[in-house]
Every structure is written in C-alpha cells, then in structure tokens.
Write a protein that binds this ligand. Structure first.
Ligand SMILES: CC(=O)N[C@H]1[C@@H](OP(=O)(O)OP(=O)(O)OC[C@H]2O[C@@H](n3ccc(=O)[nH]c3=O)[C@H](O)[C@@H]2O)O[C@H](CO)[C@@H](O)[C@@H]1O[C@H](C)C(=O)N[C@@H](C)C(=O)N[C@H](CCC(=O)O)C(=O)O
Ligand SMILES: Nc1ncnc2c1ncn2[C@@H]1O[C@H](COP(=O)(O)OP(=O)(O)OP(=O)(O)O)[C@@H](O)[C@H]1O
Ligand SMILES: N[C@H](CCC[C@H](N)C(=O)O)C(=O)O
Ligand SMILES: [Mg+2]
Length: 487
C-alpha cells in the first residue's frame, strides 16, 4: 500500500489535519469512483465543485481528502490535506502514485490550435518505423506501441495520463508523444509530467467560450513553455506571430522551425499537389505524402523534434517521407471521377488552410463544394467566420450540422448564416441533416468535381443531446458516390 506522505512529495501543502502516514489504495477526483481506502481530491469544476462531494467520498470509504478549502465538519480518522490548487496537486500525486514514469521515458508535448494530432501521430509513426517502441496520446486514439486504447479527450485527465505512461513504460516504450490542449494546460492535466520537450504549432481563433479572451488563450498555451525545465527543449513555429511570446519566459533551450523566416529547422516548398509535397530541406529535395502547405509546418515540427531527440537526419527523412499521417486529416476518396476530401478542419484557420490548399492544387474548371457545420456548446464566435470562409473559398457551400450537442442545430446554422454576405447567398445552401447535405453535394457534383466535408474528420459519431449516433463522413460520402457510379 502506498503511503500518503510519499504521494505528496513535491506537492506544496497549506495545512494538514490527521495522520500523514495513512495508506491509500488509489486516487479519485470523482466521488462516484471512490472506494474503500481511496484518496479523494476535490476540484472546483466548470459545472459543480468537487468540494461539495467530500462528505459523499468519505461515506464511500475515502480516508484521505485533498482540497483547497477545509470542510467545516472534520471527521475523526480521516486525513485532510489543504493545497492551493487541487488540480495541480492531483497531477503531482498521480505522477508519484504511478512511480513518475515520465522520468524514465522521453515525453514530448505538442500544443497549438491546429496540427497537434497530425504532429504527434507522425512522430509516433516515425519512431515506430525507426525501431523504437513508443506511446501516443491524441484526440483520435491513444496507443501503447501498436495497441490502440480509445481516446475520450485530446489530453486525458492527469490520473489517466500517468496511468497510461506507466503502462507504456511497462510495455517497453522509450518515447511518448502527446497533445497538450489549452483546456488540459489550464486544468493542470499535465502537472507532474517531466517533459523532454514541448512543441508549439500555431495559435488562431478557437475555444473563446472557455478562455474568454484571445489573450487568456495565448496565456494558457504559454504556460506549457513557462513550466519546462532547463534541460528540456522548446520547439516553436517562428512564422507564427505569437511564436516568440510562447517562449519569452521559458528556461528550456529554444529552437525554431519555419518556412518563411530564418530558423533552426527550415524548409522551402518546391511543389504542393494532391499527391503530396516536395520540400527542400537544407538542399535535400524530399517528397512527402502529406498534402498542403500547413503540413510542411507539421513535417518541420516532426523533423525538429526527432533531431532534438538525437535522431539521425537522413534516417528520419527517409522514414518520414513514406508516412501518411492521422486519420480524417485530408483523407481523399475518389469514386465516379469525383474527389471527396474528409478533413477535421473545425476552426476558421484550419478551414481556410484546407480550402486554400485545395484551391492551390486544383486545375480549375471543376466545381468545389464545401460542406461544413459548427459544434454546439462550443465557441459561438467562430460560426459566422467559418461560414464566410466556406462560401468565399468554394464554388458552393452547404452549411449543415456538426455535433449539435445540447444546442438546437437550427440556431447554430442561423449563427453561421450571419457570416454569408448577400452576394454569396445564391451559392449557399443550408441543410440541417448532415447525411442529406452530403447526399446533395454528391448529386450536384459531376466528374472532376471536388467535395470538401469539413469538421468531423475521424469522428464516427454525431453527438445530439448527449447521445452519440453512429456517423462517419467517409462512409456516407462513399455510399452516395458509389450509388452515383452505379447509375
Ligand atoms: C470544460 C472542461 O474541460 N471540462 C473538463 C473538466 O470537467 P469540469 O471542470 O466541468 O468538472 P465538473 O463536472 O464541474 O466537476 C468538478 C469536479 O467534481 C467532481 N464530481 C462531480 C460530480 C460528482 O457527483 N462527484 C464529483 O466528485 C468531478 O469529477 C470534478 O472533479 O474536467 C473533467 C475531468 O478531467 C473533464 O472530463 C471535463 O471535460 C469535458 C467533458 C469536456 O468536454 N472537455 C473538452 C472541452 C476538452 O477538454 N477538450 C480538450 C480539447 C479541446 C481542443 O483543443 O480541441 C481536450 O483536451 O479534450
Ligand atoms: N499546422 C497546421 N496549421 C493549420 N492548420 C492545420 C495544421 N495542421 C493541420 N491543420 C488543419 O487542422 C485540422 C486539425 O488538425 P489536427 O487534428 O492535427 O489538429 P489538432 O490541433 O490536433 O486539433 P484538436 O484541437 O481538435 O485536437 C486538420 O484537419 C487540418 O485541416
Ligand atoms: N476537440 C474539439 C473538437 C471539435 C470537433 C468538432 N467536430 C465539434 O464537435 O465541434 C472540441 O471539442 O471542441
Ligand atoms: Mg488533436
């Protein structure tokens, strides 16, 4: 049995009541998961306050309570630990509980509005390809070597992070590549991690529902770099206007990557087509299977990380050149001479990048139809902006539902329509039902045309009122294009 005082190593304590030698069988931050002998950590949340469940946790057998405010009613035989931030304490306690796995592996966290999943997935594939056993924590899936563990968040809660890392270590993983979402950084889901390095891809409009202002959103991402140790590396996109801000207070060794500005890892795009990218990297001309200029940034982030981890440039480029990237990111489906592209672009910046890429690589003449929606219970201010980008950059746009969650899809679409100017109305359709929207786009397309289905990428569900219904953009478009092909 683990002992409380060991688990609290490096947690800054404000006060304690009771026996610090008490044992614990596990740690829980949800009273519903407490069992006899658990330590319960009370966290103030966005919906409720964990402190309101302390009595419930004790009733269920918790012998240790970690909290920010001590309850009035102190129970005999229970140990109370008061800390300034329970979520931070939880991260450090989780790391101690699982034996600090991140100290025995090389863990790299990637943050930024777009490109996190792509970058960590490429890194995982690259290191597997180069003969390492490595782990992955991402929006699409978590992986221990090649074993897939379903993912519920972009960055799991801190207990899950540490548990997964411990499992990775046990499976022989030497590296772990993980996404650090801004929510996770603010909520201290990565507290207690010993990072070998952190990467910044870019920052643009998203999640203002949660962070309230763009400044707060920048601050959230910057916190990752502020907290790196002096032995770590901070690899930053120099072409992003906030790149330097990210690392202005870091103790880590700063390195830059980019395409436009002088950088430690720099590339030039030689060609950009629907087949892939050709890059000039230090005079070497290399072909990659990834599509779009934004992926040149992701490739450079991956190359920089691999080199900072001590890998050989030639070997890295050889492997990287054959890698395809993450599911649902610029996935191409060609049937009946029509090209459908399924992409996870769910921010204005991502949508603009994907559409610009398509417009750069298309030959002209063909019709480009974009199907896009915006998620419910998420940043409302991006809705008109994304609709505007879709209609401006395409020949036809169909506004439809993404994951409405608890919102009325019609209301989300009304918010989106605000972004469509009068002159663009004639090329815009609004079809609430996503399946109908995809069907309509297929029926309006002919040989040579392109359909972009944006926003859901790898997702295989549509979340409506708390229920996830099976829905897969790639599956639906394949069904309708196949029907067209047969007629
Ligand atoms: C807004 C947000 O990020 N919420 C996360 C947060 O929950 P919360 O603060 O709302 O928690 P709460 O429900 O208020 O409860 C507060 C505390 O009381 C506890 N509780 C609650 C009820 C009870 O009966 N007993 C009890 O002890 C809860 O366990 C919790 O510790 O902490 C939870 C545990 O870690 C997360 O699961 C939850 O993610 C929700 C489900 C979510 O949807 N998060 C999204 C927005 C998210 O995190 N997204 C990012 C990616 C974004 C991106 O970059 O695209 C991600 O990393 O996935
Ligand atoms: N470096 C990049 N810059 C801008 N856009 C990008 C970049 N990389 C990918 N994208 C676009 O953003 C979409 C999401 O990419 P990805 O899943 O890699 O990002 P993410 O940061 O993991 O997103 P999330 O916050 O949802 O986890 C892609 O489908 C593509 O349209
Ligand atoms: N991690 C992002 C994913 C958005 C994906 C999009 N399909 C949506 O549902 O809005 C979020 O939770 O905001
Ligand atoms: Mg992601």
């Amino acid at each position: 049995m683990k002992v409380l005082k060991d688990i609290l190593y490096r947690v800054s304590l404000q006060s304690t009541v009771g026996n610090m030698e008490n044992g614990l069988v596990d740690i829980a931050f949800d009273s519903r998961k407490v069992r006899k002998g658990s330590a319960f950590v009370a966290i103030p949340g966005t919906q409720v306050d964990g402190h309101d469940f302390i009595a419930k946790a004790i009733e269920k057998g918790a012998g240790i309570i970690v909290c920010e405010t001590l309850p009035k009613d102190i129970k005999e035989g229970v140990t109370y630990v008061q800390v300034q931030s329970s979520s931070k304490a939880l991260g450090i306690m989780a790391a101690n509980f699982y034996g600090n796995p991140s100290k025995q592996m090389k863990v790299v966290a990637v943050t930024g509005t777009n490109g996190k999943t792509t970058t960590v997935t490429l890194l995982h594939q690259l290191f597997q390809d180069m003969g390492y056993t490595s782990g992955l924590l991402s929006t699409v899936e978590n992986k221990i070597n090649e074993e897939v563990i379903p993912s519920t968040h972009t960055t799991p809660d801190s207990l899950s992070v540490q548990r997964l890392l411990a499992q990775m270590l046990e499976a022989g993983c030497t590296h772990c590549f993980m996404e650090a979402s801004s929510h996770a950084i603010v909520q201290e889901r990565i507290a207690g991690l010993n990072l070998t390095g952190a990467v910044f891809t870019n920052i643009s409009h998203d999640h203002l529902d949660y962070h309230k202002t763009f400044e707060e959103y920048i601050k959230a991402k910057k916190k990752l770099f502020d907290e790196l140790s002096k032995d770590a590396f901070a690899l930053v996109n120099i072409d992003d206007k906030r790149g330097k801000v990210m690392v202005q207070n870091t103790k880590a060794t700063i390195q830059y990557f980019g395409l436009k500005t002088a950088a430690d890892f720099k590339a030039k795009i030689l060609s950009n087509t629907l087949e892939g990218l050709e890059l000039d990297i230090n005079g070497k001309l290399i072909w990659f299977r990834m599509i779009g200029a934004f992926n040149a940034y992701n490739i450079m982030a991956v190359l920089g990380t691999a080199l900072l981890l001590g890998e050989d440039e030639e070997e890295v480029l050889k492997s990287l050149s054959g890698i395809k990237g993450a599911r649902g990111r610029f996935d191409r489906i060609s049937i009946a001479g029509i090209t459908a592209i399924v992409d996870y672009a769910h921010t204005p910046d991502a949508l603009e990048n994907v559409l610009k890429t398509i417009n750069e690589v298309r030959t002209g003449g063909e019709q480009l139809t974009t199907i896009v929606g915006c998620g419910g219970d998420r940043d409302k201010t991006k809705r008109p902006v994304m609709a505007k980008i879709a209609v401006t950059e395409s020949d036809k746009a169909i506004l439809t539902s993404d994951n409405p969650r608890t919102e009325n899809p019609q209301e989300i679409l009304k918010d989106m329509e605000e972004g469509v100017g009068p002159s663009d109305l004639r090329k815009t359709l609004t079809i609430v039902d996503r399946r109908e929207a995809i069907k309509t786009a297929c029926m309006l397309s002919k040989k040579g045309d392109i359909i972009l289905i944006a926003g859901k990428g790898h997702e295989t569900y549509q979340e409506i009122n708390g229920v996830k219904h099976h829905f897969d953009d790639a599956e639906v478009v394949t069904e309708f294009l196949t029907q067209l092909n047969q007629n």
